[in-house]
Design a protein around this ligand. Structure first.
Ligand code: GLY
Ligand code: MN
Length: 473
């Protein structure tokens, strides 16, 4: 066998196989210092979150990962968005990073492991399209992250020699990494993270306020585009794109897929296809949330008339949903159980549907666990915790979430609706194809609740006035 270099015999060699190229590209670069892109207060909030997690699970080493962006094709990946538990405890939006809280007497030592950026002198600088700085731009390195976060940051490769013998791995840790570290996936850790994340601290609340404020502005931006979407036949896509651009400009992006449902699309709960026209004489259901740079998200819904005026039937449905919404929100305060708002709002909905002759049984029979007939027109949940995830704290157990008492610092949505599908033969024709949801974001305070999204009206008159104002430009 001859000792031929791997690039021999081809006119288009791999650059990493060409010594002259490697030598030439390795030097002659000015140092570019990049500071970590951290929202002010994020590092301090994460340090306090780690302290609370350490206190909750003493004596056990803990592992969390930020994750990696899924590959779309070849070296093109989807946008990276770090795991929310990781962000809560480590703040950094760092791909393929691992936070280890190593147990010691009296607490834990935090070490962050991350891939060092591929800089000049590394082949990855020019050959790695996912992490090479020639491809993705200069990024903060280990020492910069260590300074910004106030914790030790080490190269990811050092994880290979780490043995956490009996440590607990969060859901974000791959089975391979958990096995290599001697850690077990732990429902106890996932549950603890959800429990701790349920109550937001002052910094998290400030982030949620920013997300909600930016979302309220996004609703106005979308409403202003309705005439153009109708006139030029641009449809739901245009309004969806308008909000998504707003969210990307004023935050990190959207907190979930934007829902724009015009006319008969409004009752479709997660209408994220958004490929229909905007009907000029029908209502549009808009369910939209800006995710702030800190990755805390809003989640707000309004149903607005494209013309500035609801039809009589739309207004009747809106009025009933508004009544349920107000009653539901009035149960959000310290000392009530989380689910109280749900049952209170459902009672209003069931009573209203009964009065319209839509229930085949009495209100009591419908509301009983054996009935639930009203849910034909409202099959989804009507609220959830809100934070780094739109459906926040989803690893919490029933008793931590549904059956828990509300306490100050909880942030949650209330979102009753009625969804009358166009092909639902139980409905009178005038109600078919109408969907209305009202969704607000509430902060539980010492004395009650603050509606963070209160800048948007919830009554039909107020919604019409708001719509007309923005339709006018
Ligand atoms: N707004 C999206 C959801 O709550 O499912
Ligand atoms: Mn929601």
């Amino acid at each position: 066998m001859t000792n031929r270099p791997p690039y021999a015999g081809t006119r288009n060699p791999r650059l990493a196989h060409v010594p002259a190229f490697r030598e030439f590209i390795a030097s002659g670069w000015e140092d570019v210092a990049v500071r970590p892109d951290l929202v002010p207060g994020a590092a301090e909030a994460a340090a306090e979150h780690r302290r609370r997690l350490s206190e909750r699970l003493p004596g056990k080493s803990l592992v969390l990962c930020s994750g990696v962006a899924p590959t779309r094709n070849d070296d093109c990946s989807y946008a990276f968005r770090p795991n929310s538990d990781f962000v809560w405890a480590a703040a950094g939006h760092i791909e393929d990073a691992t936070l280890v809280l190593q147990a010691r007497a009296g607490g834990h030592d935090a070490v962050l492991y991350m891939p060092p950026p591929f800089r000049p002198g590394d082949d990855g600088f020019f050959s790695n399209a996912l992490y090479g700085e020639l491809w993705v731009g200069a990024t903060a390195g280990l020492s910069e992250w260590s300074e910004a976060l106030g914790i030790e940051v080490r190269p990811r490769a050092e994880l290979d020699s780490l043995d956490l013998h009996g440590g607990l791995a969060a859901a974000s840790v791959t089975p391979e990494l958990a096995a290599a570290l001697g850690a077990q996936h732990s429902a106890e850790l996932d549950r603890a993270l959800s429990q701790l994340r349920i109550v937001k601290d002052a910094w998290e609340i400030s982030q949620l306020r920013q997300a909600v404020d930016a979302t309220v502005e996004g609703f106005a931006a979308v409403m202003r585009e309705v005439p153009r979407a109708v006139r030029d036949g641009l449809g739901e896509r245009w309004l969806q794109g308008t909000f998504d651009r707003h969210a990307r400009t004023h935050g990190n992006g959207v907190g979930y897929s934007t829902i724009v449902g015009s006319g008969a699309h409004a009752p479709i709960l997660h209408w994220v296809r958004c490929d229909g026209p905007i009907h000029p004489d029908a209502a549009i259901l808009l369910d939209m949330g800006v995710e702030a740079h800190s990755l805390y998200t809003a989640d707000v819904t309004r149903t607005v008339p494209a013309s500035g005026r609801f039809t009589e039937a739309e207004r009747a449905v809106h009025d009933l949903v508004e009544k349920a919404h107000r009653v539901g929100m009035s149960h959000v305060r310290p000392g009530t159980q989380y689910l109280d708002f749900h049952f209170a709002a459902m009672e209003v909905i069931a009573q209203g549907l009964h009065e319209w002759g839509l229930l085949p049984v009495s209100v009591d029979e419908a509301l009983s666990p054996e009935g639930q007939h009203h849910r034909r027109y409202l099959a989804c949940g009507i609220g959830h915790h809100l934070g780094l995830d739109v459906h926040d704290c989803s690893h919490a157990q029933y008793e931590d979430y549904m059956a828990a008492d509300l306490v100050p610092g909880v942030v949650m949505t209330v979102e009753p609706g009625l969804y009358f599908h166009a092909n639902d033969l139980t409905l009178p024709p005038e109600l078919r194809g109408i969907g209305v949801r009202l969704e607000d974001d509430l902060l539980v305070t010492e004395s009650g609740a603050e509606v963070l999204s209160a800048a948007l009206p919830i009554d039909a008159d107020g919604v019409e006035e708001w719509a007309q104002r923005h339709l006018a430009g």
